[in-house]
Design a protein around this ligand. Structure first.
Ligand SMILES: [Fe+2]
Ligand SMILES: [Fe+2]
Length: 302
């Protein structure tokens, strides 16, 4: 999948996605070890994020496949480049989360059940018509973009997450905002039926929401915390309480069902600009992990 990132403009060796603001940043996070409970020293909340991390590689493969099914109908040069950028970014996200997941496994967090559960859910979605699969992807990308915005905007995440661990999540969140409209713009070419979008969202909810709670409960039980009411109460509050991380996202989910929904309606450009500078500017916090920064910058000035 990483070969997607090498769709080059032969003249200046610029990856296609970089021409349209969706550059495939080759990040290489080198975390040797991670604090076992990397979110506020709380097992329940940490295991929720561990589950999310284990879901990203198979989930993002589903997203890429569903867009790839319609790549041939994209004739517009700009959208073609955006699709390349989307493919490149998602492939690299999967790779870096695979590395993190390995680390989590090494620290004793067994991710086998959540991975099996998400694969089962995605396997069901795989049986839907291809147009419904990409509609499902647009819904999941909408959810991912909302989570990403929350992660970058809500100070809770920066305060509570392990400072090393947080970098990978912030980079991923930022790029989710950069490419949030790509799958949707391809789906517009497929026909964009509101009825199909609604059905696809329902299919995602029915297949994946139970898998979320089963996976999460399994992880908590496996960690020996099933009867640790204090830890579970705190974790639930961190995520689903009044100021909770997920709570902020849920009211915005139904925006997707609006007749004239488009991901760009929810403007995040100022937030993206702020984080682009903080992470990848001259003294960017993440530049040391950003392996192709100079080549992307060089290509950009030509
Ligand atoms: Fe991603
Ligand atoms: Fe994405």
């Amino acid at each position: 999948m990483i070969e997607e990132t090498t769709t080059m403009n032969t003249k200046h060796h610029q990856p296609a996605g970089a021409r349209v603001g969706i550059p495939p940043r080759q990040m290489d996070f080198r975390m040797d070890a991670t604090k076992r409970y990397f979110y506020d020293d709380n097992a329940t909340a940490t295991l929720f994020f561990a589950m999310l991390s284990s879901w990203f590689p198979p989930g993002e493969r589903f997203f890429m496949d569903s867009v790839r099914n319609f790549r041939d109908i994209v004739k517009d040069a700009r959208l073609k480049d955006q699709v390349s950028g989307f493919m490149g970014q998602e492939a690299i996200h999967g790779r870096e989360h695979d590395k993190l997941n390995e680390l989590l496994e090494q620290s004793g967090i067994d991710l086998s059940f959540p991975v099996a559960a998400v694969k089962l859910g995605l396997g069901v979605l795989d049986h839907l018509p291809k147009s419904t699969q990409i509609a499902a992807t647009t819904f999941m990308e909408h959810f991912t973009a909302l989570l990403a915005e929350e992660l970058l905007e809500n100070p809770q995440f920066a305060e509570k997450a392990d400072p090393e661990m947080i970098k990978l999540w912030q980079w991923h969140a930022f790029e989710e905002l950069e490419h949030k409209a790509v799958a949707y713009d391809v789906y517009e070419l497929v026909g964009n039926s509101r009825i199909e979008r609604t059905a696809a969202a329902a299919a995602v909810v029915v297949t994946l929401v139970p898998a979320v709670f089963m996976s999460w409960a399994w992880l908590v039980a496996r960690e020996g915390k099933a009867t640790d009411i204090k830890d579970i109460g705190k974790g639930l509050n961190l995520l689903f309480g009044r100021q909770g991380f997920v709570t902020g996202v849920l009211p915005k989910l139904p925006l997707f069902l609006a007749k004239r929904f488009h991901p760009a309606q929810h403007d995040t450009t100022a937030l993206e600009a702020k984080w682009a500078k903080a992470m990848f500017g001259d003294d960017g916090l993440l530049n040391k992990y950003f392996k192709n920064r100079s080549s992307l910058m060089e290509a950009a000035v030509h």
